[in-house]
Design a binder for this molecule. Structure first.
Ligand SMILES: Nc1ncnc2c1ncn2[C@@H]1O[C@H](COP(=O)(O)OP(=O)(O)OP(=O)(O)O)[C@@H](O)[C@H]1O
Ligand SMILES: [Mg+2]
Length: 233
């Protein structure tokens, strides 16, 4: 059997302590195969973003294990952790704002700068990503001056500029009108289908969830439904 690109084993996470303690994740386990598209759905407060942050190695679980391509990520610290995250993942998170005061191009080049890619190459790859998202003509604009849909496309350009194996998207179409949301959605699925990038997307949008290969439903920090389990049963 293939080694899953990402695996969670009994992952738990609580916030606060004492009487203020809140158990946001109460033991989450699943395996995600490379090239899959997975929707994580569930009510507000069910733990979806918490789970995404743990899977993307942006935060640590209290207990349990997250394996990346079979390797236990608990051993990754400091610069090795940053490097792994930067080289392997692309993020489409609404809270990862663009820097409004710098140009669109600077925003997209940022992950390459972190990765230590040289300036000329950074520019070339960032422009290629912007072209893919039909934003080449906005490269010199300040990010703050773009429309909501354009900003979201810049976030996607920035997510794919490092040629990631996995893209994490948290409500990628949440603040967009239907039409722009559909464009953003199409881009994500094209990356998934044509480039084999694994897609993990948190969404309230049932139509978007239905387009994914797999749908995982979270309630109160637990998986209550997983279409992959049903298929296997
Ligand atoms: N830093 C924190 N401190 C305390 N509680 C937190 C913290 N972050 C999240 N929580 C709580 O953990 C629970 C899960 O939050 P999370 O952000 O994962 O939900 P979500 O499923 O992403 O919700 P939404 O759909 O509204 O984005 C919520 O009850 C939230 O209030
Ligand atoms: Mg959330």
């Amino acid at each position: 059997m293939n080694i899953p690109i990402l695996e969670a084993r009994d992952v738990r996470k609580s916030y606060g302590r004492g009487s203020n303690r809140f158990d946001a994740l109460k033991g989450i386990s699943f395996r995600i195969n490379e090239g899959d598209s997975v929707a994580i759905v569930g009510k507000s407060g069910s733990g979806k973003s918490t789970l995404m942050h743990l899977l993307a190695l942006l935060d640590a679980a209290d207990s349990g294990t997250i394996l990346l391509a079979g390797d236990d990520t608990a051993h990754l610290r400091g610069s090795r952790l940053n490097k792994t995250r930067n080289q392997t993942f692309g993020f489409v998170f609404q809270q990862f704002f663009l820097t409004g005061t710098t140009t669109v191009l600077d925003n997209v080049m940022l992950p390459l700068k972190i990765a230590g890619v040289r300036r000329g190459e950074r520019r070339r790859r960032a422009m290629a990503a912007l072209e893919q998202l039909d934003l080449a003509d906005k490269a010199r604009n300040k990010a703050a001056n773009l429309s909501g849909g354009q900003k979201q496309r810049v976030v996607i350009a920035r997510a794919l500029v490092n040629d990631p194996r996995l893209i994490f998207a948290d409500e990628p179409t949440g603040n967009l009108d239907t039409q722009t949301g559909a464009v953003v959605e199409d881009i994500l699925f094209t990356l998934n289908r044509e480039h084999g990038i694994t897609l993990i997307v948190v969404t309230h949008d049932e139509d978007l969830a239905a387009r994914c290969d797999r749908r995982i439903v979270i309630r109160d920090g637990l998986i209550i439904e997983d279409s992959a389990e049903e298929a296997a049963a």
